[in-house]
Design a protein around this ligand. Sequence first.
Ligand SMILES: [Zn+2]
Length: 118
Amino acid sequence: MNRVYRLIRDAKESSAYRGHALTRFVHAEDGNSARAHCRRCGAVAVVNPSPLPNGIDVHGEAVAVHCSAPKSVPEVARAILSDLRELGITDRSAGVELADLADAAMLWHSLLKEALET
Ligand SMILES: [Zn+2]
């Protein structure tokens, strides 16, 4: 397993421990770092196999803080898309994220249903 996939595995473990449900990791155009977002709260997890000397290889809200109460799908979608746009990540990668948002909509719907039934 190469380094970036090892870091992704670590990031997935820490995020899951903190209650986040991550999307797939999208690789940046430089082929170096990769990031994923929580489907429930929009928090980001970033892995960077070759960080700057003062940098860290796994970081982001999703690996640092616990998942907050579920946000609505449009809120999460906005958070993810604005994060990707800031990085200039292409439509191709964003398409992957948008496919994940369909899953997010289903997840959010089931959480909402659960909340209303209890
Ligand atoms: Zn979360």
